[in-house]
Design a protein around this ligand. Structure first.
Ligand SMILES: Nc1ncnc2c1ncn2[C@@H]1O[C@H](COP(=O)(O)OP(=O)(O)OP(=O)(O)O)[C@@H](O)[C@H]1O
Ligand SMILES: [Mg+2]
Length: 147
């Protein structure tokens, strides 16, 4: 879906139950989410790693803390957090920027923080909205991006 305004971001919000469909059903892994209890919605969201189009980083937390916070809210142990966060930051090439704040980073770097955060809890599914729009062509090798 390469066309602007075609509904890509809306689809992701529907999958996460941030929006409700006016008609039709959303079925994930064979389960209809229409009747999912509100108390189960956080579990649905945590099963997926999502890179939002606007990244949704926390502006007053450092790069490290943005990623660590995603583990904190799923009650990971401090020990697990201290091991996992540097690993994913290294994976996205941001080890040197761990102490910086989102507004001190380029758009592509912010997106890589969002990617690190999406990956840090080992989700069974990774959903990325416009994953290559802000990257240098070199960093998006492996994707076919028709836009
Ligand atoms: N909260 C909203 N209320 C009403 N219409 C909306 C809302 N959010 C998005 N839309 C409309 O729904 C359509 C799809 O929007 P969406 O953001 O899902 O597109 P997109 O494919 O992600 O676009 P882009 O490529 O620009 O990111 C657009 O026409 C938009 O104006
Ligand atoms: Mg969009």
């Amino acid at each position: 879906m390469e066309h602007l305004g075609s509904g890509k971001s809306t689809l992701i919000k529907l999958i996460l139950k941030e929006e409700e469909p006016t008609s039709g059903n959303i079925i994930i892994n064979g389960k209809d989410t229409t009747y999912l209890k509100p108390s189960r919605v956080p579990y649905l969201r945590r099963s997926m790693g999502v890179v939002f189009q606007d990244f949704r980083l926390l502006p007053d937390k450092t790069v490290y803390d943005n990623v660590a916070y995603a583990m904190y809210i799923v009650r990971a142990t401090g020990r697990h957090i201290r091991r996992q966060v540097p690993m994913v930051l290294s994976l996205v090439g941001l080890s040197q920027k761990a102490k910086m704040y989102p507004n001190e980073l380029s758009g592509g770097e912010q997106q890589r923080v969002a990617l690190a955060r999406a990956l840090v809890n080992n989700p069974s599914m990774l959903i990325a909205d416009e994953p290559t729009r802000k990257l240098r062509p070199r960093n998006s090798v492996g994707y076919y991006d028709p836009s």
